[in-house]
Design a protein around this ligand. Sequence first.
Ligand SMILES: [Zn+2]
Length: 414
Amino acid sequence: MSSDPYIRKTCRYCDTPLGHPFLDLGTQPLANNLPRSEDSAKPEFHCPLAVVKCEKCHLVQLTHSVPAPLMFDEYLYVSSTTQTFRKHFAEYAENVKARLVKKDRPLAIDIGSNDGLLVSCYEKAGMRGVGIEPAKNLAAEANRQGITTVNRYFDNEAVTEVISKYGKADAISANNVFAHIDDIQSVCRNVHDLLADDGFFVIEFAYLVTMLEKMFFDMIYHEHVCYIGVTALSFLLQRFRMEIFDIQEIETHGGSLRVFIQKKSGPRERTAIVDRLLREEKEKGCMGNQAYADFAARVFGFKQRLNQMLDKIKEQGKKVSGYGAPAKATTIINFCQLTPDQISYIVDDNPLKQDRLVPGRKIPIVTSAYLNEHPTDYVLIFAWNFAKEIIAKIDYLRTKNTRFIIPLPEPTIV
Ligand SMILES: [Zn+2]
């Protein structure tokens, strides 16, 4: 496989030729490849970052594909980092268990299991949990913790290996993975093969409609290849003899969907929410072009307003730091072309990210102890989906006259 990025000529869901992008965020570095401080002079990999909508199935997707090994072999995102995620996955595992037909030690498989947090929750809920994770460092760490993890991409061979070792799956989950895999059609084929006939497949992804309505353009980065709506997803699943039977609207990433899928003519009734969301997507113009043109215009307006705010603060001789260096921070920082002059440093609680730099703009990433010792006048919360948790943690800084900035949907000082 070539390690060069390539232009995606056809739709990832339906193979229809793709037209022109509706939003171009420019050429950007990979959002999660954070260079080490000592490597600041080394050139970084860059690739165009733009989104296009398929005219046939209406899937919103990136114009370019970056080969997966460049992005996922050493992955720095660790899901157990936050309390919010730990609670989220414990609830998730119970939710999966409650919907299972088989009650005696059912097999639950998590694709893209990261550090194994959800797999361990499956075990705690009384299921047999198995993770499949391509990142070597994360899979090795999970196995060391006693969380069964198969270190591979979710391909044909992974399916064969899992079935021969553990049997067919009663439940398969894939969270914030479904939107990240370029060849999603083979994922669907493999899920169909791995799933027991009365089993179900559950996926969670940041919802396209939320991105459009709340202006969460920072969820656009190279790893995140598709921006999924129910319309496009139903179209894709139909091609692989599967169907949506239920959907939950959840708060992760500011507004995500948890979608439950079974094989065609599976044992579960379809709930009313599926048709409601399909209808809403139509009413909100997700199948047309205007909603996307409006979104793009608002994104460029945001860039201007954030820069104006930060420049004004700088003119007053005040300093700004950032909090949280998730992938979305790389997108905002590079698209808005923010500099270490505007954002002195960024705090991240994940030790794997500390002593590294924000890709492209080279803003240093530090510990929260550093923020305590070098408080700034403002802290911009890049990990805005954890704003409540973060502000609670650093609220003491208000006594030093620090104020907080929430970037989206509009840069706001709180
Ligand atoms: Zn399509």
